[in-house]
Design a binder for this molecule. Structure first.
Ligand code: NAP
Length: 546
């Protein structure tokens, strides 16, 4: 009889977990408290308690070839970066294609999860749910927690003296939906993450003045990278990853700074990070620099104090007549349905083995999926976590002893702090390629480049120098996908196709120009050939002369 798995949440991580359970012949039941799929990616006008909330204008900051699931590329006519509604459309296509809907119990909240009575022998869990006011208690062989980490707003009110006196409107970015109501207002946004930047750029079209107050600054990147390709398809190549991991810290820092300042000088825009050597998650915003350039958004240091109507900044400057303060200060990781003995969140950090398994449980039957912030796409990362977790549930992959897992967690955390710093917004941050490769090794689905170089050099070179897209992890190992090779070899074409919506014939003089270039090259090669041949012919000439 196949094992029963409870999946909590039908967002990105929950949906792919259902699919991964099916791949391993497990029997999934997904509990979703709302009436629809999509989790964070399903925009609603109203804010639902215990559910993530996004603003209307959210656009993905990873591109479609990088953020799709590994055996389900996005439709060719989808844009490269997607509006949240378009990404939700993709999730609906995924659910339909793999027939996942029937495994989801909607309008069902999980109240409590605890070890079943005979847990120490069976590893089973008791899951208490509620639907229409009726509670139900069921036993499962394993549980996958897929509730995300952007539900509980973090609002450090105590860090801002005088805030209690402020007479205007104060709210968290979770409650921001669109700029309506901010017309003609003076707005101060606290924080400098992606939410702060998006909200500033959007509200400044309507508001009178918009200030972003940041204590640490940030690198701001454009989604448009070298030669117009999406940033992640250029940044996340295996070649670049090898390079990044083999450079000295100083050289890497120098190169990063140089690259980040290529678009605009961060110091001149008041954005430069306090600690430049960190690889902290950057802000992706194509409009912020131009808004700063024409004075619609002003970057300020931390607010030292608020009064009834003003903000006093750390540098002593004062902004009078402030109407609205928006705390874009991030989120707190929380699992209200889990006992602290199962998982203890400290300083927003969750001690999990490879970001998936609590190390101290006798049985590896509880997994956290998508509790991660990779410097890259979350979706394929969560998918690999789910593929690995389901193999562990089945006993096809095993975890090391508790002490090894604890040591790994400590070391990983030290590395995280070294790379990304101690900010709570970086508490579940990780590298992308190195981490997904690690999971793929557990699964046996990491591409074998040396072998491929012999068997299929074109594919091997595309994998090494091209974008590290999710299809790479379906070439081998369990549940491999026959379409993976083709998807990898055509990913660049698909990116271009999405933007090349106007195709123009090459001008006739283009051919002439190409011909001239070839002729020029031939002349150059001939000249080089004769120049090299010259020394060998001179001695005989010399003899004749003598
Ligand atoms: P966030 O990334 O956690 O950023 C929080 C910001 O608040 C940071 O700049 C942080 O500064 C600041 N902050 C926290 N506590 C503070 C304090 N006491 N005083 C002053 N500043 C404080 O939050 P977010 O921007 O809401 O983003 C959450 C996640 O959603 C991120 O992973 C983000 O990439 C993602 N997101 C994605 C999109 C998109 O795809 N388009 C849009 C929005 C958000 P420090 O860094 O100095 O701690």
């Amino acid at each position: 009889m196949s094992k029963r798995v409870a999946i909590i949440g039908a967002g990105v991580s929950g949906l792919t977990s259902i699919k991964c359970c099916l791949e391993e012949d497990l029997e999934p039941t997904c509990f979703e408290q709302s009436n629809d799929i999509g989790g964070l990616w399903r925009f609603t006008e109203n804010i639902e308690e215990h559910r993530a909330s996004i603003y209307n204008s959210v656009i993905t900051n990873t591109s479609k070839e990088m953020m799709c699931f590994s055996d389900f590329p996005m439709p060719e006519d989808f844009p490269v970066f997607l509006h949240n509604s378009k990404f939700l459309e993709y999730l609906r296509l995924y659910v339909d294609h793999f027939n996942l809907l029937k495994y989801i119990k909607f309008n069902t909240s999980v109240l409590h999860i605890e070890k079943a009575k005979d847990y120490s022998t069976t590893g089973q869990w008791t899951v208490v749910t509620e639907k229409d006011g009726k509670q139900e208690c069921c036993t499962f062989d394993a549980v996958m927690i897929c509730t995300g980490h952007q539900i509980e707003a973090y609002m450090p009110l105590e860090s801002f003296p005088g805030l209690e006196k402020f007479k205007g409107n104060v709210f968290h970015s979770r409650y921001y939906k669109n700029p309506e109501g901010l017309e003609g207002k003076t707005v101060v946004i606290i924080g400098m993450g992606n939410s702060a930047a998006d909200i500033a750029v959007e509200t400044c079209r309507k508001a009178k003045k918009v200030y972003i107050s940041t204590r640490g600054g940030t690198w701001v990147m454009s989604r448009v990278y070298d030669s117009g390709f999406p940033w992640d398809t250029v940044f996340h190549t295996r070649f670049n990853n090898v390079l990044r991991n083999s450079l000295t810290w100083l050289l890497l820092r120098w190169l990063t700074e140089k690259k980040m300042n290529q678009w605009f000088n961060h110091e001149n825009y008041g954005l430069v990070p306090r600690n430049r050597s960190l690889m902290k998650e950057p802000v992706f915003n194509d409009d912020l620099p131009s808004r700063i350039l024409y004075g619609a958004v002003k970057v300020k240091p931390l607010v030292k104090e608020f009064t009834e109507s003003s903000a006093i900044f750390d540098d002593g400057t004062v902004e009078e007549n402030v109407d609205v303060i928006i705390f874009a200060t991030g989120y707190t990781v929380a699992f209200p349905f889990l006992d602290k003995s199962l998982i203890e969140v400290e300083d927003n950090c969750v001690p999990l083995y490879k970001h998936v398994f609590p190390p101290h449980l006798e049985k590896p039957t509880l997994a956290f999926i998508g509790l991660i912030q990779p410097l890259g796409p979350v979706m394929p990362t969560a998918e690999l976590q789910a593929r690995w977790a389901t193999r562990v549930f089945k006993g096809l992959s095993s975890l090391p002893p508790e002490s090894t897992m604890v040591t790994d967690i400590i070391k990983r955390n030290e590395k995280r702090i070294k790379w990304f710093g101690t900010s709570r917004s970086q508490s579940i941050q990780t590298d992308f390629i190195t981490y997904v490769d690690e999971l793929a090794v557990e699964l046996g689905s990491k591409p074998n480049l040396l072998m491929l170089l012999l068997k299929d050099p074109k594919l091997a070179l595309t994998i090494f120098f091209g974008a590290c897209s999710p299809f790479q992890f379906r070439l081998r190992g369990p549940a491999k996908w026959a379409g993976a090779r083709n998807a990898i070899l055509t990913q660049k074409e698909r990116i271009v196709k999405a933007t090349k919506t106007r195709v123009v014939d090459k001008p006739s003089d283009h051919n002439l120009f190409s011909l001239l270039k070839i002729l020029g090259l031939l002349v150059l090669l001939t000249a080089v050939f004769f120049a090299l041949a010259q020394p060998f012919s001179s001695p005989s000439n010399a003899t004749v002369m003598d």
